[in-house]
Design a protein. Sequence first.
Length: 190
Amino acid sequence: MNTKLATLVVFAVAIGLVGNAYAHKDQVIGDYKVEVGWTKEPPVAGKANAIEINISKASATDKKSTTSHEGHDAKSTDKKTTKHSQDEKKITKKETKHSHDEKKPTKKKAKDTHNHKSAGVKGLAKSLEVDITLNDKKTTLKVVEDKKQPGRYTAKYTPDSEGHPTVHIYAKIKNAEIEGSFHPEKVEAR
């Protein structure tokens, strides 16, 4: 009996580790697939890190399988008034602390990190707006494009405390505005 219990515990721990091996979150917003996560996982308070954003054209399969932009998490529009609509809406403590309990998108395996079927959308570094809110502290991030990988952008960020962050992005691609909020992996204590 103890052998069965030990095997079950080992199996449960292994599944938990595999699930956290790749904690990037993705959403299909309009015609684009946007993926957000940490460059170093798990993120630890006080250790330098960066937010990674991958933007590519969404495939038909991506559009069918998306589960993550219900409600206010993501939107795409051609109207110019959308840009600051979420900035005006203050994130309450309850939303910030419990947003990780909302329906989460499907996690992908680590081997899929940069394996997009379509080419990434390049040239957005100057217009891509990214901010992160951690424990009610909002920080605007400076975005840099990866010259070797089109559609991959990074923004340096060192979390100062543990907690559940919310990353908000806004971009204008051609005539479409895309906007979304993502809930990457929790920042752990030092």
